[in-house]
Design a protein around this ligand. Structure first.
Ligand code: GSH
Length: 425
């Protein structure tokens, strides 16, 4: 008889058990007509899990909650299951990676993502700490995967199932390509795993998010944790009772609670008259120029630059006196560039951290589509107001030369050494 699992099929914690069941050859059926925010609030559900969280597995001996425990239980239903490795040591390593991906990866993705969905308070410093910790974990994972196809041994284990499900939420909602490209072995691992037949059967086609959602304090209508799925009004027709399909739907994401996607309004910058400057061409030229930077990249920039379609801006951090610790200053700039992700199609930027000793100065150069700093960036990236912005007058040769020096990371810059130069492209 099939075991009954409570939860929604697109939830990454539910998927851990479903994928483990697929590998193990155990029948696990999702409970019918489960409604997030409703079914998990009933007294019957709270008896199974007092926190009212999914997933919960009903077993012949009683309910189990906590997704990793459920996935282990399902895996244990097959004797000598290779998902647990081939030795006591491998079994220990599998537990190691399960804990690592849950505590170091999943927990930090959630710390970053939840405030941006309105499930917890958005605090920039907390977000920065979460991103730093996540990158540290992904660096360690990346190093391990540089010489290993799977986390443990030479085939898929429960560690891969749980780690991939944890990465699934990240890749689907927060970790854009520009973020993950720092971790090429994690990327390779992730795409290999989600395309394994037993994963694909449940996940369908998996896509990577192209944007990071803005913090909810800037969004038009904050999502409320328990409002995501409201109980139906009495006179609303009841959905026909049917068994949960095991086929994935491409548009669903492994989020905790789901909302109907809202149609995206067109960005006003897309409605501007076309420009002869192709931003991606400039970014490619910048990235690919390794020598003769002045003659090739800088000259190329001015050849491409379209003063009608784009504008250049200098920015100067307003609180340079506070930049007394080098790594905090660098993290601050790194966080700013992360949050600018939403502007990637419309901007290029250089941020210089200047000085050989504190306090460090942070100054930047930005190229934006249009004649003004785009309003959506001002609205959605709180860092913008921490800088003074001055439009570059390109008829002034001194200002043009300053642009060149910033693009080029010229050192010394304005008489001082550079602590770092970061590029947004
Ligand atoms: N550590 C738990 C986390 C469970 C969890 O947070 N579930 C979320 C969905 S991913 C939930 O049910 N949220 C509803 C709530 O918090 O009330 C596990 O791995 O099972």
């Amino acid at each position: 008889m099939a075991l009954v699992l409570h939860g929604v099929r697109t939830n990454k914690n539910v998927l851990k058990a479903l994928i483990a069941a697929e590998y193990t050859g155990v029948e696990v059926e999702l409970v019918q007509n489960f409604e997030m925010g409703v079914s998990n609030r009933t007294p019957e559900f709270l008896k199974m899990n007092p926190l009212g969280k999914i997933p919960v597995l009903e077993t012949p001996d009683g309910p189990i909650f906590e997704s990793n425990a459920i996935a282990r239980y399902v895996t244990n239903l097959k004797k000598d299951n290779p998902l647990f490795g081939s030795s006591l040591f491998e079994n220990g390593l599998i537990d190691q990676w399960i804990d690592f991906s849950s505590l170091e990866i999943d927990a930090n993705i959630l710390r970053w993502w939840k405030p941006r969905r309105g499930f917890s308070v958005y605090l920039p410093l907390v977000e920065e700490a979460a991103i730093t910790a996540l990158k540290r974990a992904l660096n360690a994972l990346n190093a391990h995967l540089a010489s290993n196809t799977y986390l443990v041994g030479h085939s898929v284990t429960l560690a891969d199932i749980i780690t991939t499900c944890n990465l699934l939420l990240g890749f689907s909602v927060m970790l854009t390509k520009s973020f993950t490209s720092e971790f090429p072995h994690v990327e390779r691992y992730y795409w290999t795993m989600v395309n394994q037949p037993n994963f694909r059967k449940l996940l369908g086609e998996v896509k990577q998010t192209e944007t990071i959602p803005p913090p909810v304090e800037f969004a038009k209508k904050p999502a409320q944790p328990n409002e995501a799925v409201k109980p139906k009004a009495k006179n609303e027709p009841k959905k026909e009772a049917k068994k949960e399909s095991s086929k994935p739907k491409a548009e669903e994401t492994p989020e905790a609670e789901e909302e109907a996607p809202k149609p995206k309004p067109k960005n006003p910058l897309d409605l501007l008259p076309p420009s002869k400057m192709i931003l991606d061409e400039w970014k490619r030229l910048y990235s690919n120029t390794k020598t003769n930077f002045r003659e090739v990249a800088i000259k190329g920039f001015w050849d491409m630059y379209d003063p009608e379609g784009y504008s250049l801006w200098f920015c100067n951090y307003k609180y340079n006196d506070e930049n007394t610790i080098s790594f905090v200053t660098l993290n601050k700039v790194g966080g700013f560039l992360q949050r600018m992700d939403l502007a990637r199609k419309y901007a290029f930027g250089k941020m210089l951290v200047i000085g050989s000793e504190p306090p460090y100065k942070v100054k930047g150069l930005w190229l934006f589509r249009g004649q003004e700093i785009p309003q959506f960036i001002i609205d959605e990236c709180y860092d913008m107001e921490l800088y003074e912005w001055t439009k570059v007058d390109t008829s002034d040769e001194n200002q043009k030369e300053r642009v060149n020096q910033m693009i080029e990371d010229q050192e010394p810059f304005e008489g001082e050494a550079l602590l770092d130069a970061k590029c947004f492209k």
